[in-house]
Design a protein. Sequence first.
Length: 198
Amino acid sequence: MLLFTAVVGIVVKAQDFKTDIGNARTNYTTGKLSDAHYNIEQAMQELDLIVGKEVLKILPAKMDTMNMSIADDHVNGNSGYLGATIHRSYGTTKGMSPGKNADISIVTNSPLINSLNAFLNMPLLGGMMNSDRSKSIKVQGYKARLERADGVNGQFEYTIEIPLSNTLITFKVSNTTDTEILNLANTIPMPQIAKLLQ
C-alpha cells in the first residue's frame, strides 16, 4: 500500500509539473510574465520534490545494526522555492544496548555551502578551525568536515558535513566513534546522489 501511495504521489507530481509548464507557456505567450514566473517556480519546486524521492530510493535501507525508519522518510520543499530537504533516520532495534541512531539530511541550495567550502578549501581558515572536536576529512573523495559532540553516558555523537556542489549532506550518528561514522558514511551512495542533484 505504501509503495502504491508513493507511485501515485510521483505520478500526480509529474502531472502537476506538466500542468505548471503548460501554464507558464500560455502565460508567457499572452504577456502575463508574473504568472509565467510563478508557474515556473511551482514546476521547479515539484521537480525538486520528485528528485528528492528518487534520492531516498538509493539511500541504504540499513546501516550496520541500524534499520531505516520509513515513517521518518520525507522530502520537503525549502522556503522560497529554493530546493528541497531530504531526510532519513536509522536506529537500532529495541533491546540493543547502547542505542544507536543515525540521521541523513540532504539540503539542496543550502545557504551553508559557502561557509563550509571556505572552511574546507582555505588552508588558513581550515587550520584555525581544526581541533580535537572538528577537522577536515574526505569521504569517498569528497572534502568534508567531521565534528564531535558529547553524547549521553560518556558516548560521543559525530556529525559529517559534505558539500556536493550546491547541496549539503549532513550525516549524524550517536554513540559512535570517528572510525565507525566514516565507515558508515562510505555506505552512502555519494556519486549517485551528486548525479541526481546536479
